[in-house]
Ligand binder design. Structure first.
Ligand code: RM4
Ligand code: MN
Ligand code: MN
Length: 429
């Protein structure tokens, strides 16, 4: 499907709304009473961007099974088309993050052009050494970058360098490295030596990074390794980033922590260390559930954005976090989930932006815990939906993205144009 097709599909559905004008004016008056100019917030929200994960536009699955949706994209070119729809309707997702080899193609130039025609660029490249590929010489069953076998480590290093090379052709500027390496049993692995091997491998990948690239080190507490994961927490991630050099940063995936961990606190510390590289936004109830951002714990998301706004206002050095979604959609239309998630991030951002920072500061200094908490929470409890809709309207995106998408019939059309491949396997994507 070419971009002109997308234009014709949605153009007639992008229209103004008198209800929005009234709601926006009313919220504007309310915020003005606290000295906040609504148009400034709308402008900031309109500038907010988040990358869509290519692996998120197909229907996800669990290790128990996968229930495919209608008209799923069958290759990376079709994935980009769906990403184009998400951006067209939200105006918030101008980039896509690819996963290699899932998105491998022999014509990256054509892929880049295809993206450009859809208004899309490329965010961080993701390597995959947590699965074996057909024809692969050495297995990652017992680890990749930290494998005890040097040839296996070398193969994993080479794969990451291949991802950088592909990314260069696409205009990407970052490599995200997440490995599942670890142990299922106490005693299985020497915890210290595994980390040493990790650093040794990562140094080789780091050496291949172009000067204007960044490496994002993504930690995850467990899964697939259930006893000990080599890069299991932000401490290990930060140690590695510091040892590797100034182009290495830590990536926070919201689903990769122990239950009840204070993630906004981690964000604050990484900002302080000048090593916050970016996020994989999603939500979770129990583990790495990869549910839609803001669907389970919107207050937590708000608190994370509160730290980001604090850092932005303080002009924290080296503060340039990449925003990316990392979700798996098992029971919803992925396009709808991804649009909704991008909007939830903008909501959390807007809510954090309207917090009365001066009052909050004064209450903190005066040790008025109750009023400090209430001042912060007022941002969260304010319905900023008119700001989000106005930001979209200004950009020519849809006031109601999901409604517009449903009316368009895009999914049904995909069902006709993309006959499904029979697949009964499990798997994360
Ligand atoms: C991992 C992690 C990575 C993602 C894979 C698919 O749990 O979140 O970011 O690349 O899943
Ligand atoms: Mn992730
Ligand atoms: Mn994950």
């Amino acid at each position: 499907m070419k971009s002109r097709f997308l234009e014709s599909f949605f153009a007639f559905l992008l229209c103004g709304s008198s209800a929005l004008a009234a709601d926006y004016a009313q919220l504007g008056q309310q915020l003005a009473r606290n000295g906040i100019q609504i148009d400034e917030i709308t402008k900031a929200v309109a500038n907010f961007k988040v990358a869509v994960p290519s692996w998120g536009v197909g229907t996800g699955g669990t290790r128990f099974g996968r229930f495919p949706g209608i008209g799923e994209p069958r290759n990376v070119f079709e994935k980009l088309e769906d990403c184009g729809v998400i951006h067209k309707l939200t105006g918030a997702t101008p980039t896509v993050s690819l996963h290699i080899p899932w998105d491998k193609t022999d014509d990256y130039k054509a892929l880049r052009e295809h993206g450009a025609a859809l208004g899309l660029g490329f965010d961080a490249m993701n390597s995959n050494t947590f699965q074996d590929q057909i024809g692969q010489q050495h297995s990652y069953k017992y680890g990749s970058l930290t494998n005890t076998d040097a040839a296996t480590r070398a193969q994993a290093v080479a794969h990451n360098i291949e991802c950088i090379e592909a990314g260069k052709k696409l205009g990407s500027k970052a490599l995200t490295v997440w490995i599942g390496d670890g142990a299922n049993f106490p005693g299985q692995s020497h915890l210290g030596r595994a980390f040493d091997r990790y650093l040794e491998s990562q140094k080789q990948i780091y050496a291949a990074l172009p000067d204007d690239w960044r490496m994002f080190i993504e930690h995850k507490m467990y899964e697939p390794a259930f006893y000990a994961t080599v890069i299991q927490d932000w401490g290990s991630s930060l140690l590695a980033a510091k040892e590797l050099g100034p182009k290495a940063f830590c990536l926070v995936d919201l689903g990769h922590h122990a239950p009840n961990v204070n993630i906004e606190m981690i964000v604050a510390r990484l900002v302080h260390a000048q090593r916050l590289g970016g996020f994989h936004f999603n939500d979770s109830k129990y583990g790495d559930d990869d549910l839609d951002a803001g669907s389970i714990e919107p207050f937590r998301l708000f608190l994370v954005f509160n730290e980001l706004v604090e850092a932005e206002l303080a002009k924290a050095p080296n503060f340039r976090p990449a925003h990316m979604l990392d979700q798996s959609h098992n029971v919803t239309d992925p396009i709808e989930s991804l649009m909704t998630s991008a909007i939830e991030l903008q909501r959390a951002y807007a809510q954090a932006l309207i917090v009365d920072r001066k009052a909050l500061h004064d209450y903190r200094i005066g040790n008025d815990a109750l009023m400090a908490a209430q001042t912060l929470k007022r941002g969260f409890t304010t319905d900023v939906s008119p700001i989000l809709a106005q930001a979209r309207a200004l950009k020519g995106a849809a006031i109601d993205p999901v409604g517009t998408y449903r009316k368009s019939g895009y999914r049904a059309k995909c069902g006709q144009m993309r006959p499904s491949k029979q697949s009964l396997g499990g798997g994360i994507v």
